[in-house]
Design a protein around this ligand. Sequence first.
Ligand code: PLP
Length: 679
Amino acid sequence: MENTSTKQQETTYTFERFRSDIFQYDTVYKDDVTDQQYFGFPIEPILAVESSLLSNTAKSIAYLSMEYGIAPSIYNSFQLTKPMDNKNNFFTHEVFSNQWLCDYLFKIKTDKMLDIPIYGGGLGVLAGDSMKSAADLGFSIAGIGILWNKGYFKQKFWYKHGQIPEELMWNPNSYPGLVPLNNIVEITTKEGNIKLRLWKYYVYSYDKKSACPIILLDSNLPENPEHFQKLTDQLYRSDDVWWKILQRAILGIGGIKALESLGYNIDIYHLNEGHAAFAFLEKYLQLTDKVHLDALKKSFAYTCHTPVEAGHDRFHMNDVSRILTEPYSEAAKLFGKEKEKDDLINLTYICLNNCMNINAVAQKHGEITRLQFPKFASKVKAITNGVHSHTWISQSFKDLFNKYQPVLGNWENTPENLEKVTQLKNDEAFRKDIFEAHQINKRQLMNILRHWQVDENVLTIGWARRIAGYKRPALIFHDVQKIIQIARDIGPIQIILAGKAHPNDNIGSAHIDEILDHIDQLNAYNEIVKVLILENYDTYFGKLLTNCVDVWLNNPLPPFEASGTSGMKAILNGVLQLSTLDGWVVEAADKDIGWIFGFQHKGSDIGTEQDLRLDEDSKALYDNLREAAELYYQTNNKGAVNLKSSWIDKMINCVQQGGFFNTQRMLKEYNNSMWHIFK
Ligand SMILES: *Cc1c(COP(=O)(O)O)cnc(C)c1O
């Protein structure tokens, strides 16, 4: 008797199948991927999520993103049975400080591995955090991205030259958690077909009970002509429009083909930023009857990440038709024109025109996005970003939260529970414990930087993010005499910075130049003001700095920071905010989480990124820094802690806000207001 119930027709993904899917399994991967283990993690969650993605009854999402910030040095620490290729380790980092002799004699030594180098900044870190929270929630989601064979770039500082980008070398064949598949898909271009190998990397939930795959596309195959092999070398290579268009075609068109090649049944395609817009064109061209267009639009969701002009990809029509075949270029013209007689194709417009569900990444950004794209205003929702709590909460704060489990409950499973921390505000033991948990973190940072004679009882400010004009990376140095004065009047200050500028962003590189110059000007004052900028900002340093400094500085020009997420990592660890009123901060500004200063954006004129308001806003910054320093030294007097200080109230308020600004809450909102598919 044949059993015809749908259940029986479902595919069960077995280990045998997984093993036969992996390219060169027997020669390279058989010790790391067994019927029990995947690089030291349990295999069952992989088989379960694959079965679900293959199922034609279970609901699934494909999440397409140009970059993913996922780093086994800080989360999901996979094991390799063989020694790892040394190229994948990243042990030493140089420092540029106002104690040049220390820089000359010492480097920062860590025993970390290289992040999987497929991200450039916050957009990628958000994508990685979203996949991790998807796994925590047990959602059936497949990520789609690109295997960048030479990563983003390696950063070197040269005094008087600023940032010198270097090529990054790594070995994907010896990277724990990453496996190549036998699947190869092809996309068609005017210059011939591009073959793309698929790779998989699994992201596990914090309890290792579920997982989600990220599928990475790779053109570095001997079967491709040489110029095509290099297409997936460098993330955001932008020196020629040819790279830009083909990299986006690989993500969007190749991404859809990858999902088909794997046999996944996808209900919703979520485009993380406009880079993936060609995915819609591919699905559109596959429609057998255009009456299904509306249904297709319902299956697309889009997250818009930035109000900054450079964040929106625009291509000249001639370039698109020169590179892509006619069906694609015609579809791009149909959906991607900003104005009827335009000869530019805007990927943001392809998304705005066709995705039924669209979100901005914070409430303020929602307002700005509606102003920028009035025609689509009614479609734009605002869902505030978050961070993955298990990745970004330090060990000492995890221990603290566990100790107060009677109040905080199962915060691991339900990060929203951190909001209950305010119940502990009057608990003297908790106030002592939270300050000590912070000092444990700070000591760890001070130990890593010990050669620079930093001190755990000195007020320490952190600023680390992508170096871009609107983020005003050099604002705190606008008048260095003011910093010296505050340090003289109140107490010493340590400032630690890090960040990369896009290699072709001359303004960004000029900011690094400027910072190095200011650091040099402070050489004579290094007894009272120590400034260090760390090379090669990555998620390891992102975690270290957001976990361990006292105050997190965030000074973008409003309203250009769509959300920002590094401050969210900081609040989870009781680190106070010194911030302009922009992005996520707008939603927490009245919660007494630190000091809010500077220009406030109001009204319907968005303004310009060119007018950085450095004079006014640096003054406001110094006034607030002075207040922060006063309160800090009233709270921590050379290690004697005043537990009644309002500094500790602010720390607790920060943690409370961390209960909201996490990707678990964010994904639930995506599901409730855009996807409507998971229970
Ligand atoms: C969190 C993070 C970012 C994003 O920081 P923003 O504050 O959003 O600019 C960028 N890079 C790394 C390595 C990060 O960890």
